[in-house]
Design a protein around this ligand. Structure first.
Ligand code: SF4
Length: 381
């Protein structure tokens, strides 16, 4: 593999932080090769947001009081087109990315998404294996699209579903969307083999915690893996409060009381979910304890926003503008090697570990001063 060093003097001035631009001028970085950050964490997982729009208004992600008809979503021209996304994906894959997750907003709202999936499905990892390509969806369009997604090369899906009770779910998505239609989407994904399907449930104490057992009952023995996620303080608009977080330990305790469970090993280093299985063979469940048990020490995820900003943490307040490099700056055109070199340098400098820092601080303390964190609907979850 080439380790060519590309000087990127002035390449990023005005696009990234002035400190980074200064660093880049003096410390060129290899355009290819595996990367580690300041905490020795590799880059393995790239999450690409393909739209900042969603047809749901879940209060923990896109509350309707903020994301209403007056909200300025990104104009079409700001969005990375599929060629630009694929070009960046290739660069990230050459730096060690093995898994790509398409997110949003709601990714299935992006027109012709299958075309992008076909482009990604042709790529192979540094080790020559197929890329692991998946997608997180609210499943509102999944029944219609499952077959074409599968045909395009998508391997599996993660579906967000916060309750089995129709009234609670309609209230949580805030657009009156019925549970039955999500279940139809999951059924279609099962049928075409977008497997294994993961079902993500964000648990908010006092809102849907009584739905944990109905969800567990429904998805046991289906092969689909229910994952219960602690309600996180992502973004700046969801009015997060610590007392609305139900710790994963309590979630497991309540499931265990009805269906005994036992822990199982992680599939790979950096897996976000802690895995459990039903002792009676009913399958697997997972908990994602972002609030009570930070997993920053293994975090190998980068996030690319819809308009091409690279974020190094879900809780970041600032991204690095890769679109400016893709589209050129002051009539300068940047090569893949130059952009790859910039990506390498950015990852090499990464020191983000928001959840760990928050866990070590009083509940009402603010990390990063008054900086406004980016919204989850903008960079994907
Ligand atoms: S808080 Fe940031 S660094 Fe820590 S696990 Fe989450 S995304 Fe990774």
């Amino acid at each position: 593999m080439s380790t060519r060093i590309i000087p990127i003097l002035n390449l990023l001035s005005g696009q990234l932080t002035s400190k980074l631009a200064a660093d880049l001028a003096t410390q060129p970085f290899p355009a290819k090769g595996l990367l580690t950050d300041t905490l020795a964490r590799p880059l393995r997982d790239l999450r690409i947001s393909v739209t900042d729009r969603c047809n749901f208004r879940c209060s923990y992600c896109m509350p309707s009081e903020v994301f209403n008809k007056n909200y300025a979503f990104l104009p079409q021209t700001s969005l990375l087109n599929f060629e630009e996304i694929a070009r960046l994906a290739r660069i990230f894959v050459a730096h060690g990315v093995e898994k790509i997750r398409l997110t949003g907003g709601e990714p299935l709202l992006r027109k012709n998404l299958e075309v992008l999936i076909e482009m990604l499905a042709k790529m192979t990892t540094v080790a020559g294996k197929p890329l692991d390509i998946t997608l997180t969806t609210n499943a509102s369009l999944l029944a219609k699209k499952a077959q074409s997604l599968k045909d395009a090369g998508l391997q599996r899906v993660t579906v967000s579903l916060d309750a089995m009770d129709d009234a609670i779910f309609r209230r949580m998505n805030d657009v009156d969307f019925p549970v039955a239609d999500v279940l139809r989407g999951i059924e279609a994904a099962n049928k075409v083999g977008l497997l294994p399907i993961k079902i993500n449930m964000v648990v908010k104490r006092g809102t849907n915690d009584r739905e944990i057992l109905p969800m567990a009952r429904h998805f046991r023995h289906t092969g689909n893996v229910l994952r219960l996620i602690e309600y996180m303080d992502v973004g700046a608009t969801n009015g997060w409060r610590m007392d609305e977080v139900l710790p994963s330990a309590q979630v497991i305790e309540s499931i265990n009381a009805e269906f005994p469970v036992e822990p199982i090993d992680a599939n790979y280093l950096g897996e976000t979910a802690e895995r459990w299985r039903y002792a009676d063979g009913g399958g697997e469940i997972g908990v994602i304890s972002s609030v009570t048990q930070a997993f920053c020490s293994d975090c190998n995820r980068a996030r690319l926003s819809t308009e091409g900003k690279l974020f190094l943490c879900l809780f970041a307040s600032q991204g690095h503008d890769l679109r400016a490099l893709l589209r050129g700056n002051n009539n300068e055109i940047y090569s893949d090697d130059q952009i790859a070199s910039a990506v390498g340098h950015i990852w090499h400098k990464r020191d983000d570990r928001y959840s760990e820092l928050r866990a070590a601080m009083p509940a009402d303390a603010q990390i990063g001063g008054e900086k406004k964190r980016v919204e989850m609907s903008y960079i994907g979850g």
